[in-house]
Write a protein that binds this ligand. Structure first.
Ligand code: DP6
Length: 330
């Protein structure tokens, strides 16, 4: 019997080794493994109820009706759940985020991880985390990682149906007390989205294949650095991989340049801080925000110096966070 109302909360995650390319766009299968950190304070909470009397799915985001494009994306995802559960009824989905949508703050990751957990349970499907991860991936690739807490490896997998393209936890959220500061330099959502951007890069960047070929080694090395709590090695791998992905983006035709002037100022400031002995490194996704990985000893000094960079709007202080959690009831 389906549970009527289920609420799930999922945290965003930031890739230390990036996912930028698909081996099968229809099933949303990534071309390579990736490795991320799930973070505790950037969250999506989603309540789903199965409502036979509705004429179609309803999607509310932050208390307002979502755009038709967003509603269709959610509705297509709910179709996957309806197919698996044999349930045909419309669903009501109400989501709230603790951070701005679509500005390179990984909102699709927490959104689809929370939606997968709440909608599957509400439709009566009893899925373990691995099955939820495969489901969430079909909403957004990075969402497969937010199903798990801490450091998570996303497997590209080899199966054509995508059953092995799932997240696997490398170390839980208590393994290493790092902080990830998110330095926001622009909170609008005017960039080319990841789905479109990575297909554009696959088709047009001369560096795409070289990036894809390097990913297996990067993920293995990064997993070792995480297990050994080796900050210097982790920072080196994380920055190199971020810049390699942005080289692919920038060399696409026309080029995808996600950075603004403050993004570049932040890169230089992070490197200056590291030269002065602080344990700090950066990564950047498909937007102009800079995510700054920092050890607890260096946290206060790094925050103070980031706040002084021209163009900073806001800093979110995050730390390793848990995987998706859900409960029955409104
Ligand atoms: C740059 O997971 O948003 O953040 O699967 O098409 O929804 P879709 O893409 P998405 O891509 C994330 C891209 C990235 C890097 C990363 O998180 O690994």
């Amino acid at each position: 019997m389906p549970e009527s109302v289920v609420t799930a909360t999922a945290c965003a995650n930031f890739a230390l080794i990036k996912y930028w390319g698909k081996r099968d766009p229809a099933l949303n299968l990534p071309a390579t493994d990736s490795l991320s950190l799930t973070v505790n304070t950037l969250k999506t909470t989603t309540t789903v109820s199965v409502e036979p009397e509705l004429t179609g799915d309803v999607f509310q985001l932050n208390g307002m009706s979502a755009s038709e494009g967003q509603r269709l994306r959610v509705s297509r995802f709910l179709d996957l759940i309806r197919r698996q559960s044999g349930l045909s009824h419309p669903m009501r989905v109400e989501s709230t985020n603790t951070f701005p949508d679509s500005a390179g703050l990984a909102s699709s990751a927490s959104a689809f991880a929370a939606l997968a957990a709440a909608a599957a349970r509400s439709a009566g499907l009893d899925m373990d985390r691995t099955a939820l991860s495969a489901l969430a991936r079909q909403g957004s690739g990075s969402a497969a990682r937010s199903v798990f807490g801490g450091f998570v490896r996303m497997q590209a997998g080899t199966e054509t149906d995508g059953t092995d393209a799932v997240g696997v936890q490398v170390a839980d959220e208590n393994h290493w007390p790092l902080h990830m500061l998110v330095a926001v330099t622009d909170d609008s959502s005017k960039m080319v989205g990841s789905t479109e951007g990575m297909e554009h890069s696959r088709k047009t960047s001369p560096f795409y294949e070289a990036f894809i070929e390097g990913q297996d080694n990067a993920v293995l090395a990064c997993a070792d650095a995480v297990r050994d709590r080796d900050m210097e090695k982790l920072i080196d791998l994380m920055e190199a991989n971020c810049l390699a992905m942005h080289a692919v983006m920038i060399s696409s035709r026309p080029g995808l340049l996600y950075w603004n002037a403050a993004t570049v100022r932040l890169i230089h400031e992070v490197r200056r801080m590291r030269r002065s002995g602080l344990a700090v490194g950066f990564t950047i996704d498909a937007g102009p925000q800079v995510k700054v990985l920092v050890s607890p000893e260096s946290l206060d000094a790094v925050k103070d110096r980031l706040m002084m960079v021209d163009g900073i709007l806001n800093i979110y202080d995050t730390a390793p966070g848990p995987g998706v959690q859900w409960s029955v009831g409104s």
